[in-house]
Ligand binder design. Structure first.
Ligand code: G3P
Length: 218
């Protein structure tokens, strides 16, 4: 399972890259706006920190505009994945860019029907937003289950399921149980994956008992 980090914050990315757990990064216009920094510079810096796919989203809404923006973003670094929304124009742009061997992440996916279109358009990744579906009372992980099941029927579909809009560690666990290839995790939630009170309690007990031996390993 690949772990992408869902942020444009350089400091968070640099710190988490050191854990060896980061296989890529996803950004979106809202995450980039939060940084207050120039978009292209931010993407270039992220691409230099993390060698895996770095998603950079177009902001045009027409296919020709998305294609032009996507080609410009793809020139920033070889590991840029151009992000396009799941619209008619977005999928037209996806087809053109993927035919040019540019990685494409089709985002804002909220249905299995949309995910089928993304695969047919040659997307490298499709990003179903599970948290935002949960927020509406719809089963976000149910969508992941449907997409994984449907994609398994078609070997010609090479699109990886990139579970996005993750709200808590159980989204990661459920995505893994379902066989999604990628999760994109907010930094705070990646930190929560490590935590269990029994681990802390057990380690404290080990160290207290070791202390009593008066020994050292080095
Ligand atoms: O960046 C794509 C997606 O993970 C954002 O989801 O709901 O946290 O804004 P959300």
């Amino acid at each position: 399972m690949k772990f992408f980090i869902d942020t444009a914050d350089i400091d968070d990315i640099r710190e988490l890259a050191g854990t060896g757990m980061v296989d890529g990064v996803t950004t979106n216009p809202s995450l980039v706006a939060k940084t207050g920094r120039p978009f292209a510079d931010t993407i270039a810096e992220i691409c230099a920190i993390v060698p895996g796919p770095i998603s950079a989203e177009v902001t045009a809404t027409d296919a020709d505009g998305m294609i032009a923006e996507g080609r410009k973003l793809a020139q920033i670094a070889d590991n840029v994945a151009v992000k396009v929304p799941l619209t008619v124009d977005g999928l037209r742009a996806c087809k053109t860019l993927s035919d040019e061997s540019t990685m494409v992440n089709v985002t804002l996916c909220f249905s299995a029907a949309q995910a089928i279109l993304a695969a047919k358009a040659g997307a490298t990744f499709v990003s179903p937003f599970v948290g935002r579906l949960d927020d509406t009372g719809t089963d976000g992980m149910g969508l992941i289950s449907d997409i994984v099941e449907i994609y398994a029927n078609y070997p010609e579909f090479e699109t990886e399921v990139l579970v996005a809009s993750i709200r808590h560690p159980m989204h990661v666990v459920e995505a893994a149980r379902l066989g999604a290839e990628v999760v994109t995790i907010p930094p705070k939630i990646l930190g929560q994956l490590y935590n269990h009170p029994l681990t802390d309690k057990g380690l404290a007990a080990f160290l207290a008992d070791w202390e009593k031996t008066g020994q050292t390993i080095l």
